[in-house]
Design a protein around this ligand. Structure first.
Ligand code: UD1
Ligand code: CA
Length: 456
């Protein structure tokens, strides 16, 4: 059985925040969610999150995640004490039972690195270690004359010689569950910090004749922890750079990989171009040849082949067909479905509406709760009046209709196929197919009228 224990009880004082540290986001999702997702990649039998500071908020944020249990550590007496709180929840069936310990504030450790760590265990214990130019602050890996891991000494307890060791403990380790339980009853807090150190189980393993193997992360950013906003910002950049690198390797062009943000998943076809300053959130799919202009925000959207989204557009929960042109300054809101070769121009907002193939709304319009056919032209300043303050109503505009500028369509209302609405129409009744409908009062000129003049 594989148990994963995630330590997340610490205060995170240096974040200077009311939000529990592990709920702070990285790439748009809480750090703890990254750890849970990566841990989930190992198909563990159980995940136990040790909570303490802000326990209720952390529990609430992840309540209902299948396979995740919580153990409370209050007060906090160190990492060994933290794992002790999870002991009653550890699953065992005797067959190669193993417990893997992760940190909630080390969000990016990848499943492949953890798999390698578990393999390195070879029946014994394994620790994830790394060589650092500046190892200060970390626990040091003390090896014997044969180069075998002997114990871990915390920075504050280390002798001057030990402080020169540059191989450090990342904190992540794996060991047989039954042994962990036993060792945790044997550690004490006679050390510089008066804490129960999880790291002391390494020495106990060696004493018990169980070998300790070291394994190393695939990339150095995987084991970086977040203790402050500065580290959070740095890790965010490292992760964005990594995501950008992966996309570049898949053949996506990023105008500037250092000005790219992905907070979710982005799948791209061939020859996709993304200009600077774009933010992708949720699940976004860009088909072959899509071009995204600078400073667009795209969230939970599917964009068809060859479509261009121009600068400063905002697309959320929308689908856009092939060869369409959106923006600049367009806003597609949830439920917008834009057909192939359609154009949506500047300052056009579309919500819960279908815009058919080849239809155009090029300037300054609001289209909500509407079904718009193919080859329709929506003039500048057109508004669907879909809301009476309580209820929403639908507007239907059939194929080949022409909606003159500054028209209000007071829904529910239907514009028939091929109908034309004159500019300035306030449409309150259905407009028949193929005909011109206009509601504007006829123009008149008042003869002999003169402008009032100010009296001196
Ligand atoms: C720990 C390791 C050190 C390692 C370093 C890597 C120990 C004794 N030391 O030191 O060898 O180099 O991490 O960053 O394990 N936590 C709890 N309850 C507690 C104490 C901590 O849940 O009582 C959690 C924290 O929230 C954090 C993690 O454990 O996620 C590590 O705690 P931290 O205090 O940062 O450990 P370090 O002293 O840095
Ligand atoms: Ca730390």
């Amino acid at each position: 059985m594989l148990n994963i224990v995630i330590l997340a009880a610490g205060l995170g004082k240096r974040m200077q925040s009311d939000l529990p540290k592990v709920l702070h986001p990285l790439a748009g999702k809480p750090m703890l969610a990254h750890v849970l997702d990566n841990a989930g990649g190992l198909n563990p039998d159980r995940i136990i999150v040790v909570v303490g500071h802000g326990a209720d908020r952390v529990r609430e944020a992840f309540a209902g995640r299948p396979g995740v249990e919580f153990a409370l550590q209050s007060p906090q007496h160190g990492t060994g004490h933290a794992v002790q709180q999870a002991v009653p929840l550890l699953l065992e069936n005797g067959q190669d039972d193993v417990t893997l310990v992760l940190y909630g504030d080390v969000p990016l450790v990848q499943a492949a690195t953890l798999r390698a760590l578990l393999e390195a265990r070879a029946g014994g214990m394994s620790v994830l270690t790394e060589k650092l130019d500046d190892p200060s602050g970390y626990g040091r890996i003390v090896r014997n004359a044969r180069g075998e891991v002997e114990r871990i000494v915390e920075h504050k307890d280390a002798s001057a010689d030990e402080q020169r060791i540059n191989e450090v403990n990342t904190g992540i380790l794996a060991a047989p569950t039954a042994h962990i339980k036993d060792w945790l009853t044997r550690i004490d807090n006679n050390n510089a910090q008066g804490e129960y150190y999880l790291t002391d189980i390494v020495g106990l393993s060696v004493q018990d004749g169980l070998p300790v193997h070291a394994s190393h992360p695939g990339a150095s950013w995987e084991t970086l922890g977040v203790n402050s906003r500065v580290q959070q910002a740095q890790l965010e950049r490292s992760w964005q750079a990594e995501q950008a690198r992966r996309l570049l390797e898949q053949g996506v062009t990023l105008a500037d990989p250092s000005r790219f943000d992905l907070r979710g998943s982005l799948s791209c076809g061939r020859d996709v171009f993304i200009d600077v300053g774009c933010v992708f959130e949720g699940k976004v799919e860009l088909a072959d040849g899509v071009r995204i202009g600078p400073h667009c925000v795209v969230r939970d959207a599917v964009i068809g082949r060859g479509t261009q989204i121009e600068a400063f557009s905002h697309v959320q929960e929308a689908r856009v067909g092939e060869d369409a042109r959106i923006g600049p300054y367009a806003r597609l809101r949830p439920g917008a479905e834009i057909g192939a070769s359609a154009h949506v121009g500047n300052f056009v907002e579309i919500k819960k509406s279908v815009l058919g193939q080849g239809s155009k709304a090029n300037h300054l319009a609001y289209i909500g709760d509407a079904q718009i056919g193919d080859r329709v032209n929506i003039g500048a300043g057109t508004i669907t009046c879909n809301y009476d303050g309580v209820n929403k109503f639908r507007t239907v505009i059939e194929d080949d209709a022409f909606i003159g500028s500054d028209t209000q369509l007071v829904a529910p209302v239907t514009v028939g196929k091929g109908a034309t609405l004159g500019a300035g129409t306030t449409l309150t009744k259905d407009a028949p197919a193929g005909q011109l409908t206009i509601s504007r009062p006829s123009q008149k000129t008042i003869e002999g009228w003169s402008r009032p003049v100010k009296k001196a």
